[in-house]
Each structure stands twice: as C-alpha cells, then as structure tokens.
Design a protein around this ligand. Structure first.
Ligand code: ARG
Length: 568
C-alpha cells in the first residue's frame, strides 16, 4: 500500500526519487489524520512556494485511484485516507504470510557474533547475563533476515591467572571440594593465592612459571588447566540451558594461543611493532589512543593479541560480512585499539565490518538477590529465583495448570530477558522483582500472557492451536472497519520494518517495544470485539485476527530469545 502511495506521488514530484518519497511518508499517530501522510516541507526549496500551498497543489492534481477514499490537507501535510476494505485486505494478506517479518537480505552472507564469553574459574555474573541475552537476540534477528550467524563464545580461558590457580591448587587445593563446589571453590583458591602472594612474592614467579609451562604445552599444566575449564563450562552450560540458548563454537582465548606468533610476524613485517620498556606495542598516538600492547616484557601474549588472532581466523574461516562483539562499555578502548591495528595491517574492511556493541550496567539497588560465598551474585541464581517466584504466582492463580515447572521456567526466564532488552542497550538496567515479574505493565509476562490469551480464545472456539497457519478463505474484509481492529493490523504491519531497524541499530529493544505495542493493541481490540459470536462471518474474521496476533507475538518474543506458553 505504501508503495502505491509512493508511485502516486512520484508522478507529481519529478525531482525526488521513489526512495526519497518513501522515506518522507509518515504513518500518522492518529487515525483521524489518515493512513499515510506526506509532508511537503522538503519540496519548498525547489518549488519556491510555501509547504501548505504545495500540499494543496499536489493534492488537487492527483486523480484518486480506487484504493484511496479521499485526501485531506492539514498544514503542510497531505493525508491519505485509504478505502478501508482494500487497505485492510492488503494488510491482512501481508501479515498472515508464513514468513512475515523475515527477509532474504542476508542470504549467502555470514555474521559472527562474539558474546557471553565468561571467564573460566570466575562466576557467570549479571554483566555476562546481559551480553548473553543481547547477543542471542541479535543472533535471532540476523537469522530472521537470512544471514548465517556464527555464535561464538570467546571464553576467557587463557592467561597468567591460570598459572596462579595451578599454584593455589597445588598448595591449598582439594580435588573433592572442587568437584562438589565447582567455580565457587576455584574462586576461593584464587583469593587464597592473592592473599598468600602479598606475604610471599615468590608465588608470583611460580605462577608465571606455570603459565609459561602451559604456553610450552606442558602436559601436567594443561591437564589441570583443562580440568578447570571443564568444571567451569559445566556450570555455564547450566545457565545457558535455563536461558534455552546455545552456541556454535566454544572457542575461547586458548583456541588462538598458537596463532599469536603469526600476528607478531605480521606486525613486524608491516613495521608496526615498537619496543617500549621491554614490551612490544603498536603505537596509536596518531589516532589519539593509548598504544596496543602485543607482547609483555616476558614475551607472553595478552588478551589483545589473542583478539587479533581471532579476527584473522574468523575472517579466513567464515568470511564474515560483519563481526560483532557484545561486551560492557569498559572494553570500548580495547576494541577500538584492536580494530585499528587490523586496519593498519592493510585491511580496509575493519572500518565497517568490525563492530563493538557495548551495553550499560545492571543496577541492583533495592533488588534482594541471593548471593553465594563472598557476596557474589550468580546469573544462575537470578534466573532460578525468577522461576520460583513465578511458580508461586502460578500456584496461587492457576493451581491446576499442567507442566507448572516448564511454564514457570519459560515465564520466569522470559521476564528477566525482557527486562534486560526493554531499553536501549547502553542504558543501565534496573532490577526490580516487582516490576519485571508483573503480569501487566511493559513486561515479558504481560506479552506472554497476551499470547496465552489468544491461544485460550482459539481453544474456546474449537480452533486447533498446534499450527500458526492463517486461513483467509473465511475472512470477510468488509467487516473489519472498527478502529481497534484496523489499529491492531497497522501495529502488526510494522514487524518487517521493526526487525530491519533493530538489526541496523543492533538494538533488540525495538523488537521488545513492538511486542508490547501489539499486545496492548490486541487487548484493546479484545475488549471491544466479542469473538465467539453467532454470526459465522464475524466470528471467522475475528478469529483470523486473533491467529495473526498470536503468531506475531510468538515471532517477536522468539527474536528476543523468549518462549511462549499456551496457558499460564
Ligand atoms: N572474557 C571477557 C570478559 O569477560 C569478554 C570477551 C569478549 N570477547 C572478546 N573477543 N574479547 O570481559
């Protein structure tokens, strides 16, 4: 429909392209302002006339096609009122397509997303929860647009800290305690090392020696290290299972350990490496950045060296069109440096293909969250608590519900995810149980509840809910004239544009807001339109709208990494 309006206008305005016109066209905020509005401000310069005069001239010159009911001038705007039936029919047909919201723009292209990436032997904390949730949503969004996505977990599993842990384990470790308590015990050992090293600095030398052994491939060192990695991964995977997500590659920093010498060679050959106090760096003063450290004075590689190796590995292996890195803002400089070094090595693509995607903090003020030893908060505990709180609510409100545990998991976890994704990434996330678990309000449970309401309406009408196919053969478009129905359809129609916008800005919140808007629109529709009515014509038509809403809510939630339940 919008394209038809664009074509109509382009016949009258020869100095704007169809794309220009399309971008100028607005969807008015209120129905009394029409279905599409075209502002004439931009035309004033070329035509040397006041915008309202231009609006009137264009409007007068248009011969109305059969799908336009009338046009109306309001100031500088030409408002188009479409014939309801034609407009409604084209919307219904578009939104009920099976792949509505999907596109083929990414076909044949690969995007790497580096996210989650917790640090081995450390707890999976709330910050890692954010990168995990945001990264997973971006994965879903890009997949919807046809891209092949490589989900990469760049575990922090290499570095001097593992030398320290080995020393600590050898001195004060207990195999059984580690088997039982996992990461919590590894963290205790790490703290124990630091306390002891304050008294006895020789421990630091020992730790360096052990890490050196790891880098040399020493069997004993690698065996202990590998055990720490496995213990930690088992725990992280429990959190991933609760979230219902997975990765294509658990290739941590250690994966690139033998590729760092090649980076050093590349940099040396390109004359980019300089020596500074025994260390090797790339000077970035010209770009107003601190130098990028490549090798420490003992010759060992660091975080940045392994990130450089990872970029070349991924470019060669996946030939990505984009590589995204989802981490906290505090790593902004790190990525700016690393990306610059790649570019300086003669890779122009680094400029627009390597993207750091930062996010804000989680502010826990007020929220009572369970802590483990040392007052540490685990993401797993937050999710488990959300699940148990939802389970309580379900037990009060709907005690006979089947699969209570699975419903509580989907809704509890969904609530945490939704709260995380409801605002721009860079904003801090405030954490309040009351707010995020609320069944009405702008929350995950509210959207899920609306979905479940759609399912329940269908069940009551005897319509199978095991399919999302919408059959339009019984729909009578001429009865979809009330404002609530038309507004609902208009809201749903935005989905493809919403997905595209979210992908371009790397902002899942755009999808989250859309889901809430559709749910609100549906609930308005539902309060004014009875569905299970005598008149088969009306009933079938309204049921089609319920089915369309149900499908788009499921699809939108899925893009956020949130599941749906048929009853809650
Ligand atoms: N392990 C790091 C951390 O927890 C995040 C790694 C991000 N990815 C990367 N390629 N540097 O802070």
């Amino acid at each position: 429909m919008k394209n038809k309006i664009v074509n109509l206008l382009s016949e009258k305005i020869d100095f704007l392209t169809n794309d220009d016109i399309s971008q100028l066209i607005e969807i008015p905020p209120k129905p009394e302002m029409g279905d599409f509005a075209f502002p004439c401000f931009r035309l004033a310069k070329e035509l040397h006339k006041a915008p309202p005069v231009i609006a009137k001239e264009i409007a007068d010159s248009i011969t109305l096609p059969d799908y336009v009911d009338h046009v109306d001038i309001q100031g500088a705007y030409i408002n188009f009122f479409l014939k309801k039936t034609g407009f409604v029919q084209s919307m219904v047909e578009a939104v009920s397509a099976e792949d509505f919201g999907a596109s083929t723009e990414g076909n044949g292209k690969t995007i790497c997303i580096d996210y989650s990436s917790p640090n081995v032997a450390k707890n999976f904390h709330v910050g890692h929860l954010r990168t995990t949730i945001i990264g997973n949503s971006l994965y879903k969004i890009y997949s919807k647009l046809g891209y092949k996505v490589e989900r990469i977990n760049h575990l922090g599993d290499w570095g001097t800290q593992f030398g320290k842990l080995i020393v600590a384990y050898k001195n004060w470790g207990d195999e059984q305690a580690i088997k039982e308590k996992g990461v919590e015990e590894l963290m205790r050992l790490y703290v124990a090392f630091h306390n002891a090293a304050k008294e006895n600095p020789e421990l630091d030398d020992e730790a360096r020696a052990w890490f050196n052994k790891m880098e040399q491939g020493n069997e004993e060192a690698l065996k202990i290290w590998k055990w720490f990695v496995d213990i930690s991964l088992t725990e992280y995977k429990r959190t991933y299972a609760l979230l219902g997500l997975d990765f294509d590659h658990f290739t941590g920093e250690s994966f690139y350990r033998n590729m760092t010498s090649d980076i050093v060679k590349k940099l040396t050959d390109a004359n980019l490496l300089t020596e500074s106090e025994g260390a090797k760096i790339v000077d970035l003063e010209e770009y107003n950045m601190a130098p990028c450290l490549i090798l420490k004075n003992d010759g060992s590689s660091i975080y940045a060296t392994r990130d450089l190796a990872a970029i070349f590995y991924r470019k060669n292996t996946y030939n990505f069109v984009k590589a995204l890195y989802v981490t906290g803002q505090e790593q902004k400089l790190h990525f700016a440096q690393v990306f610059k070094v790649v570019e300086l090595l003669g890779n122009e693509w680094a400029k627009d293909q390597l993207v750091h995607i930062p996010y804000g903090l989680v502010s826990l003020n007020g929220a009572k969250l369970a802590t483990r030893e040392g007052n540490v908060i685990y993401a797993e505990d937050i999710l488990l608590e959300a699940i148990s709180k939802i389970k309580k609510t379900i037990e009060e409100k709907n005690p006979n519900l089947e699969d209570k545990d699975e419903v509580a998991r989907i809704v509890g976890v969904g609530a945490v995810i939704f709260n995380d994704l409801y605002n721009q990434r860079i904003k801090d996330v405030s954490f309040s149980w009351e707010k995020l678990l609320n069944f009405d309000g702008e929350t995950g449970p509210y959207v899920q509840y609306t979905y479940a309401r759609c399912s329940s309406i269908l069940r009551k009408a005897g319509i199978p809910t095991d399919t999302y196919k919408v059959d339009l053969s019984n729909v009578d478009y001429s009865i979809i004239t009330d404002e609530a129905s038309v507004e609902l359809l208009k809201e749903i129609s935005r989905f493809p544009a919403v997905v595209k916008d979210a992908s371009e800005k790397y902002e899942p919140f755009i999808v989250a807001r859309f889901a809430v808007a559709v749910a609100q629109s549906f609930n308005k529709f539902y309060t004014v339109n009875r569905i299970n009515v005598e008149d088969e014509n009306i009933k079938n038509t309204r049921i089609a709208l319920v089915k369309i809403t149900r499908k788009v809510l499921k699809d939108a939630l899925d893009l956020l990494g949130i599941g749906v339940v048929e009853e809650m």
